[in-house]
Design a protein around this ligand. Structure first.
Ligand code: MG
Length: 275
């Protein structure tokens, strides 16, 4: 049985609101048992959620966030070929010397289930068109790409526009801002699960908001991203880096933070068994 951390702050708050029962934990033990067989409805022993201080402004990192880019340091990253540029609080992708190949930026830390916030800015004036206009992408676990593109009045194939699971699911809508304006992504990524023999037990899922608008609603992934082909799963570990794509467009980023998440139960039956 777990017990709550009975802090003075919580005790004082309850004492102020219910002075007669100041020493009692609020809740019940005579209510029905919830699925899972651990807690009653309104259980007095059920642990409180941890206190997290929200960011000072919309999009700012909360107190338990891991900040991956604060506008100054690239210390949390390593570039495939050469460091991206940092200027005026933003980092910008640059191609490898000679301009051939890609110069992706890879987080030094690895993540499984994770909440991610970042802001990006497409080049202004726009360069080129379609997939060559502001192309980047967030590659969770270095395998699963949600697309970054200049999606403002930029015709391209639907499963390759901004907000798309590349090569699989177009975004629900296109809430793009104009090139040169900062745009935000808020994403929950759930990693896939594999059996010891490599068989897929549960796909990856993504929920994504672009500029505060839902573009992917717990969408299962077809598999790892492959250009011009069907996504495929190949068994991998429980955590891997986040990768930002360099696709030859000078896309800028700022305010990048993550919150590693507890594993999400796939589903419940109403006997309370986690499947
Ligand atoms: Mg891309």
């Amino acid at each position: 049985m777990k017990h709550i951390a009975w802090t003075g702050t919580i005790a004082a708050a309850i004492a102020a609101s219910a002075p007669v029962a100041a020493q009692e934990k609020p809740g019940f033990k005579d209510t029905p048992m919830l699925p899972g067989g651990q807690w009653h409805v309104h259980d007095s022993d059920r642990p409180y959620p941890a206190t997290v201080a929200p960011g000072d402004a919309p999009g700012a990192p909360p107190s338990d966030a891991v900040v991956l880019f604060d506008g100054k340091s690239l210390d949390a990253w390593q570039a495939k070929a050469r460091p991206w540029t940092v200027r005026d609080g933003a980092m910008t992708s640059i191609p490898p010397l000679g301009g051939r190949g890609e110069n992706a930026l890879v987080s030094k830390a690895s993540f499984g289930d994770v909440q991610l916030h970042l802001e990006f800015r497409s080049p202004n004036p726009p360069l080129h068109s379609s997939q060559d206009r502001g192309n980047s992408g967030i590659w969770f676990m270095q395998r699963y790409e949600i697309q970054i593109l200049d999606g403002y009045q930029n015709p391209t194939y639907a499963d390759g526009t901004v907000g798309a699971i590349y090569g699989w699911k177009p975004p629900l809508v296109n809430p793009s801002r104009r090139p040169g304006e900062w745009q935000s992504y808020d994403i929950v990524f759930e990693r896939p699960h594999f059996a010891p023999d490599g068989k897929l037990l549960r796909p990856a899922y993504i929920t994504a908001f672009l500029n505060g608008v839902l573009v992917q609603n717990r969408q299962p992934w077809l598999g790892g991203t492959i250009w011009r082909d069907l996504g495929q799963y190949e068994a991998h570990g429980d955590a891997a880096p986040i990768q930002l794509q360099d696709h030859g467009s000078p896309v800028s980023f700022r305010n990048i933070w993550v919150r590693p998440l507890p594993e999400t139960a796939a589903s419940y039956d109403f006997e309370g068994t986690v499947k």
